[in-house]
Design a protein around this ligand. Structure first.
Ligand code: ARG
Length: 467
């Protein structure tokens, strides 16, 4: 039986009927639909609409239907359901008879879909934060393992200054921990229960909204029935948070692709996550990284779709909102499938510390430190910059590094140079002067590592507490 056929004289055009259905994708929501329906049944009993026996029969029926689908997936394949709400009703009625139809008392699919989607997003946020904690842990392990190895940091993709490899890895850590934080923030506004909002104006029966929210583990219930049934901000926020995460993954992939090229040689591609070329026998290609870079486009596309679907909608529910489901599922599933792969990739990638170190020792990356030497001896920064710039120019002409210039040569550019200048050029000295919180001085990086561990621990605790 359709959910709404009473007022219709003609059947639906079969092609239209098929086309407007959401069951093929909203079937994912089955566990949430069952949980929300059980909560609603209890509220109906409390409101005097269901007898104890009817409640038991409905709860057992819902439970059985969940088990049946788990053991016989063909139930879903051969179902003739418009959407997940219709499917549950059909199955329930086939299991327990007409009492099943009582479940729909005082509720609307508009609040049901809003509830199911919130539960879906909430679970996805939990899983994604856990996966991010894993990725962050691997980054920390690598950072610890890299000890005091150095590498160049680039600006404009030109060598800029030496940094600890750990410092570079912790930069990615910060991005991913922010992503976890953004998801937690989104969870605050997601974790509210729309049940009891009805179609738009509020339930037509005296349902205990607090009990409904509590039973489903929501922090509270939504404040306005019109908003609750038409709001998809939590979907927009979630997929936008995923887009930022996807951009981070994409930037990370891009850098790993560059660094794994023979030109950089900073890391070896793990064979388990690379492929060969059917034509060129020597090739090992970074497919996982390239696909990750491209998947970001897909997630950003989903976020854009969502904005455009919602932007023109008058209040309250409109069927357009059904079109928010696929971009949501696609974005969540894309990122969820990616994170463990990237964590695995990272675990098996081999950083070439020797190559990184070599690169960090040439290319005048101590030039700013050299200028700082002069600044510390009273030379105005602009003039110090100019003097070192000229010294660099001379080095380029003579194909040497700053340390190779004699004191006499240096004094042509500034009389302030002295013997101790040479020790200020050494990499250890260059690293050590970046001695501010967040800087690459080894002691600061050590502190940053300790802080990072703390952040991951607190992330794991918060995920467990759904906070
Ligand atoms: N499948 C619908 C959706 O995803 C469920 C809500 C239908 N509500 C309605 N008034 N037709 O949005």
């Amino acid at each position: 039986m359709k959910m709404w056929s009473g007022r219709f004289r003609q059947p639906l055009d079969p092609q239209f009927d098929e086309w407007q259905r959401s069951f093929k994708f909203d079937v994912r929501l089955l566990p949430y639909e069952i949980a929300a329906s059980s909560a609603h049944a209890r509220a109906l009993k409390a409101a005097g609409i269901l007898s104890s026996d009817e409640l038991i029969s409905i709860l057992e029926g819902l439970d059985e239907l969940g088990k049946n689908v788990a053991t016989s997936p063909e139930l879903v394949n051969k179902a003739d359901a418009e959407d997940i709400h219709h499917f549950v009703e059909q199955q329930l009625v086939s299991l327990i008879g007409e009492t099943g139809y009582k479940l729909h008392s005082g509720r609307s699919r508009n609040e049901q879909i809003a509830t199911d989607l919130r539960l879906y997003v909430r679970d996805a946020i939990d899983r994604l934060r856990t996966a991010l904690a894993e990725l962050c842990t691997v980054l920390i392990e690598y950072a610890e393992h890299s000890g005091n190895s150095a590498m160049p940091v680039y600006t404009h993709l030109q060598r800029a200054e030496p940094v600890l490899v750990a410092h570079w890895l912790l930069a990615y850590f910060e991005m991913f921990i922010r992503d976890a934080d953004r998801l937690a923030d989104c969870l605050k506004r997601t974790n509210l229960c729309p049940l009891g909002s009805g179609a738009a104006a509020g339930a037509t029966l005296p349902l205990d909204r607090r009990a409904l929210a509590d039973e489903l583990g929501f922090n509270s219930f939504t404040a306005n029935s019109i908003d609750a049934t038409s709001d998809r901000d939590f979907v927009l926020e979630f997929v936008n948070a995923l887009s930022v995460l996807a951009v981070h993954l994409s930037r990370w992939s891009e850098e790993m692709i560059l660094f794994s090229s023979q030109e950089f040689g900073f890391l070896g591609l793990p064979e388990a996550y690379s492929t060969g070329s059917s034509a060129m026998p020597q090739k090992k290609n970074p497919d996982l990284l390239e696909l990750t870079r491209a998947k970001a486009a897909r997630v950003i596309g989903n976020a854009t779709t969502l904005f455009i679907v919602v932007k023109g909608l008058p209040l309250a529910y409109n069927k357009d909102l059904q079109e928010t489901q696929e971009p949501l599922f696609d974005a969540a599933e894309t990122i969820e499938s990616l994170l463990p792969l990237i964590t695995g990739w990272m675990r098996s990638a081999e950083l070439n510390y020797r190559r990184m170190q070599e690169a960090a020792e040439s290319g005048f990356m101590n030039a700013w430190a050299a200028a700082t030497y002069l600044v510390n001896r009273g030379v105005p920064a602009r003039l110090a910059h100019e003097a070192i710039g000229k010294a660099v120019q001379l080095c380029i002409a003579q194909t040497c590094e700053l340390k190779d210039l004699s004191l006499d040569q240096l004094r042509e550019f500034s009389p302030t140079f002295d013997h101790d200048f040479y020790s200020s050029l050494k990499q250890d000295a260059v690293l050590a002067i970046h001695d501010v919180p967040g800087g690459t001085a080894p002691a600061r990086v050590k502190q940053a590592l300790a802080d990072a561990k703390q952040k991951v621990e607190s992330l794991r605790e918060r995920v467990n507490a759904h906070a």
